[in-house]
Design a binder for this molecule. Sequence first.
Ligand code: PLP
Ligand code: CA
Length: 305
Amino acid sequence: KAAAGGQGTRRATLEDKMKLIDGVDCFIFDCDGVIWRGDSVIEGVPETLDMLRALGKKLVFVTNNSTKSRKGYLGKFTSLGLNINAEEIYSSSYAAAAYLDSIKFDRSKKVYVIGETGILEELDLKGIKYLGGPGDGQKVVNLKPGEYMEHDEDVAAVIVGFDRYINYYKIQYATLCIRENPGCMFIATNRDAVTHLTDAQEWAGNGSMVGAIVGSTKREPHVVGKPSGFMLQNIAEQFNLKPEQICMVGDRLDTDILFGQNGGLTTCLVLSGVTTEEQLLSPSNEVHPDLYMSQLSDLLAAKQT
Ligand code: PLP
Ligand code: CA
């Protein structure tokens, strides 16, 4: 490993930071909690990205938030004053469409989507037909005896992403697609238990929506976002990188750090997001990054010496 020399989790020293920067060619950054918090860029991030680019490092931005497409995220980066190339962004919305493309999804079939426009835009780009999306659903109350919900038998995959418009119709529709067709795939963009829609509290994450379909179908989903390795394979191929050349920087132990560890990457936790130092160092925590820092801009110290 490039950084900690296998000494376990510790706050990065200046030497660690210098070794880390020298030792890897690519940084994969989680977005919320590392680059931004909600809609504000985290202090010192633009300067840190500039420094790493000036050193010739490849930078990649990975998010489990499926509500936007890569194009949508490009707009967000630009509006935050960050100059990023489209091919440096990997969202779980893209991962879902890229996964179906990678397994040569039959274009005469369709996907049923629980999720927002990010997934729909990415499916469009891959030429994959779909039903569902944020506007789907009608009242399913006061059912009369014998009432029956039809579903399209051409649905060969169900994708479940974060959907603030989820309703009982969508749950029943997705359940029918999966239950009535044993060959129908069940894909989850991510299973984050909570998200930070506002900084005032934790909100139910996509794990709750995936859980609804697991509960009704007794099937487990194929997860394409972190911590699964699907996006890492894409990144490694596209940039021609080996795991030992990459450092994963994230704020979450059970998605970001696990993703890095599963892929054999150097891992660095930042405390600018959802994980506190107390949680990280608690005896009940089982996920140990190689290093941790308060925030990404701590790396700037390595430049000034
Ligand atoms: N999913 C949703 C709906 C979110 O709002 C967020 C964070 O804001 C995430 C997932 C996690 O995103 P990231 O992987 O960038 O931390
Ligand atoms: Ca995060």
